[in-house]
Design a protein around this ligand. Sequence first.
Ligand code: CU
Length: 155
Amino acid sequence: MGRSHLALIALAAAACGGPGVDAHPAAYHPRTRELTVTTVPLLVKEQRALYPFLRPAFAKGGVLDGKEVYAFVPSTITVVEGDTLHLTIINPEDDAHSFVLPDFSVSLPGGATTVATYVAKRAGIYPIMCAVASHLPMMSGQLVVLAASAMADPR
Ligand SMILES: [Cu+2]
């Protein structure tokens, strides 16, 4: 067997995970992720003229008495621990909102776009909410922070 054949066999053994090959996947490299979130009115008092069923819902004792239904779109955000999240949050209407995580809070004035940066330090599932009492518990979401070790194919 010639020298070049031996070299090919060594290369093939390395490609199959032979000795000297690191069997661990490449470490995850934290990324910066850009995301736009919009606060969207779903069932609000201004719609009573359009949807007559909302009149009793918003009336005293109704299922939405003292409440209005808004959503964060998207409401579920997924990142990997160590990632930096660049949020652009659009609040197109006149009511103020907020975007609150257990260790982060940003006010969202009406008719404005707010930018904020959040670093996801620890894996877990965290509630996102608007702190305006009349928007709770409906105006909520969750931040899913994956463990870096869960990223088999880092991207
Ligand atoms: Cu709100």
